[in-house]
Write a protein of this length. Structure first.
Length: 199
């Protein structure tokens, strides 16, 4: 047999399936034996396809895309109003991410950001049940339509809730869209006594 005939031909597809199986075994092992690793930012949870990570200033375009997509999904279709929202939100997000009043999380599949949300920390008078003058709100939850109903928003929510708990908040608020409500209820969110007067 010549040297050339003796060569084994290998390409990426040869390894793909075994590597996927190995990744699955490792993911299960981490979940079982070191679950704390799944909630340590910036990389907080890994499975074969979707990674949850904290957003940086470079991710502002993705956060804006989510904000626009979320409102479009809720029926806001006035292009001028949406454009104005993006234009005022852009410098706000840059400032709030930089000064730590906003913490974003994104779900990434390969190079693509497919979902996200953020926690806003606002100044708020303290309560008898919470001595700190601040409040946490989850905002901007959005999953690209083709990635919905795979548990991605749930993982993002769980990550943000865990983060709020570790940061010492005693509760976290949000406003629920019709699509988001069942997910939030299943995570334990309850309606509050909040009211609104439209001005
Ligand atoms: C609301 C929203 C963020 C949910 O994103 P998502 O990634 O699809 O959420 P999840 O997959 O974690 O959960 C959604 C549903 O899929 C179900 N689900 C989760 N994993 C699933 C799976 N593997 N197979 C089938 N269904 C699944 C969940 O049980 C949940 O069902 P429910 O709504 O009946 O409770 C998304 O629909 C969205 O972006 N909507 C438009 C914008 C919006 O309304 N944002 C919320 C603002 S408050």
């Amino acid at each position: 047999m010549t040297e050339a005939e003796n060569e084994v031909h290998l390409d990426a597809s040869t390894f793909q399936r075994p590597l996927e199986q190995l990744a699955e075994v490792l993911a299960q092992k981490v979940k079982r034996e070191a679950p704390q690793l799944l909630s340590a930012p910036p990389f907080v949870a890994v499975d074969l396809h979707v990674l949850i990570r904290q957003a940086t200033l470079d991710d502002i375009p993705a956060l804006l895309r989510h904000r626009r997509g979320m409102y479009e999904d809720m029926g806001y279709n006035d292009r001028e109003q949406l454009r104005a929202m993006i234009s005022t939100c852009t410098p706000y997000l840059a400032m709030a991410l930089a000064n730590g009043t906003l913490h974003g999380w994104l779900a990434q599949a390969g190079d693509r950001v497919v979902a996200g949300g953020f926690v806003l920390i606002s100044p708020w008078p303290s309560h008898p049940y919470d001595g700190k003058c601040r409040r946490a709100t989850i905002l901007n939850m959005y999953t690209d339509p083709e990635f919905r109903r795979q548990g991605i928003a749930r993982r993002l929510m769980q990550t943000m809730i865990d983060w709020c708990r570790k940061a010492g908040f005693v509760h976290v608020d949000l406003h629920a869209s019709d699509k988001g409500r069942p997910l939030y209820e299943s995570l334990g969110f309850k309606s509050t006594n909040e009211m609104r007067l439209k001005l």
